[in-house]
Design a protein around this ligand. Structure first.
Ligand SMILES: [Fe+2]
Ligand SMILES: [Fe+2]
Length: 182
């Protein structure tokens, strides 16, 4: 009782966290490329190259990940929930939820590892920049702020999926007759 429908959790993930990521990634990328055009000392330049690589990896990993959730996993969960609510629990739902969930968790682990490296590098950059005149540039401040905010939002997003949506979907699937192939 009082628990959110999984379709509502999915709506929240899509309208808040998926949308946020698609909005913020181009902004982070744009500020990062302006930042990289500054003349930076070798230490700061090394950190910026590292961050650039991490942001590119996260951007690529996350855009494919969001599409898989939106096109495969989330529609399957919504269909399963509809079936359970209407008492039609005798069929299997496409590829089932468990396989895609395991794949999404695997991808989350890769993304979380990149985010931990990003956080460390951005904090180092933030300290280095404090000693230069670059600290006053708007895109430098925005890059530091937005990339750390993006990391926080993405970690919360992953937590909602892993601690709320995925376990509930697995338990729903068990009501469907144990997933595909059984
Ligand atoms: Fe997601
Ligand atoms: Fe995810």
């Amino acid at each position: 009782m009082g628990e959110k429908r999984l379709s509502e959790v999915i709506d929240l993930l899509l309208s808040k966290h998926h949308k946020y990521l698609r909005d913020i990634m181009p902004v982070v990328n744009k500020d990062l490329s302006s930042f990289k055009k500054l003349s930076l000392g070798p230490e700061l330049k090394g950190k910026m190259d590292s961050v650039d690589e991490i942001v590119r990896d996260v951007d690529m990993d996350i855009s494919q990940h969001l599409m898989k959730e939106e096109n495969i996993l989330f529609p399957t969960i919504i269909d399963m929930e509809e079936a359970v609510l209407s008492g039609k629990t005798d069929g299997h739902m496409g590829c089932g939820a468990e396989g895609p969930i395991n794949q999404m968790k695997y991808e989350h682990d890769i993304i979380k590892e990149s985010l931990a490296r990003l956080e460390k590098d951005v904090k180092d950059i933030s300290e280095m920049v404090q000693k230069t005149e670059h600290k006053d540039k708007e895109f430098v401040r925005n890059f530091i702020k937005n990339s750390l905010e993006m990391k926080e939002d993405l970690l919360l997003h992953i937590k909602i999926e892993e601690e709320n949506l995925f376990p509930a979907a697995i338990s729903l699937e068990s009501k469907m007759g144990g997933g595909p192939g059984y």
